[in-house]
Design a protein around this ligand. Sequence first.
Ligand SMILES: [Zn+2]
Length: 447
Amino acid sequence: MANWLLEGGRVVDPATGRDGRFDLLVVDGKIAEVRAVGGAGGRGANGAKRRKPPAGVTVIDVSGLIVVPGLVDMHVHLRDPGMEHKETIDTGTRAAAAGGFTTLACMPNTDPKNDGLAVTEYIVAEARRRGVVNVVPIGCVSKGSRGEELAEIGDMVRAGAVAVSDDGAPVSTAFLMRMALEYTRFFDIPVIDHCEDRSLSASGVMNEGPVSTALGLKGIPRASESVAVARDLALAEMTGGRLHLAHLSTRASLEEVRRARARGVRVTCEATPHHLILTDKAVAESSYDPNTKMNPPLRAEDDRDALVEGLRDGTIDAIATDHAPHHDDEKLVEFDDAPFGIVGLETAVPLVYDRLVRSGQITLTRFVEVLALNPARILGLAKGTLAEGADADITVIDPARVRTVDPKRFQSRSRNTPFGGWKLRGWPVLTMVGGKIAHDADASPRR
Ligand SMILES: [Zn+2]
């Protein structure tokens, strides 16, 4: 295995409190040494005091670049098994590597659903065979995600599942949610819920409000989310189970989370880049582009502001992409008929970096917390840090690189993004997984 010295980059690693210029020595797939460059301040003394790299070590000059723990996306739909025309473990993990993610957790709404040993074992084995990043499966809460009886949770956990969810759909009844929160306490894993009361969202296709009225589209009210959030929080409080709320989209949901936390409820939550950056106006401005249709829907400016505030103040623990690939033939139809969801793995870093870090809304430290450290902690993974001894999962970002999002160049098998044509600054340029280069933007034919 190749050994590396990543020299002269700005290392940001909240788990160890490091933020400054450090050299990273990678030996046998682990972080072997983290060495400050040129003492306090770094620049100037740079080079003079540098020791020669040990024999057999390849030096990579990362000066001017940002070096962070490999990013962890805790909400990805890999579509494998069963919907390989949308994505596979092969193409999905390549997309992850290209986007700077070194670990992803995949949702169980495949075909067949991941509700037992067989599919969990398939995903783990296939990821080992073909995956270029780490893949951890999420199992179903209920058999077939039908919401009737619990899935084979113990079997799936023993085979590598790190959480359970019926995502794509909410956990259907309060009774089943109670059972899941109680049962998963034995394994100390979170129950991840897609919060939606389907009697309220019904056949809605976008946020319910002035924009949906103007466009003549059926709305999904904010309450369809916050009603379900309130239910889940009450059950987490009653059972003492660990609850994780997926892709929150409204101000009211965050207020519920804050209140529950103050009472000691064990709850974490995530938001997506698109809910943090876009609003329902995107549906109008794009003239009904089906790539602005997702569930939960893009909300109003006030909700988006609340999400950014929640990201800043710690209410939101993680940014997750909800990467949801769909084939053009399925997605590029009338808005009403299109499936929900967009791809996210290859745009998350530049979107969050450009729109939230560069604009001063969150710090680089917070960026690493929500995209690496916290999702790793929520899923119980020994990831999200560049501490000595940790796996050499490393993401290098070029804060000066400007590129336009070109869906035709995605590694993903699907191109359903509303961000095509966006010019963004701050792109991942090198992704290392366990000391192996999983993606090198400058080694590929086009940059
Ligand atoms: Zn969902």
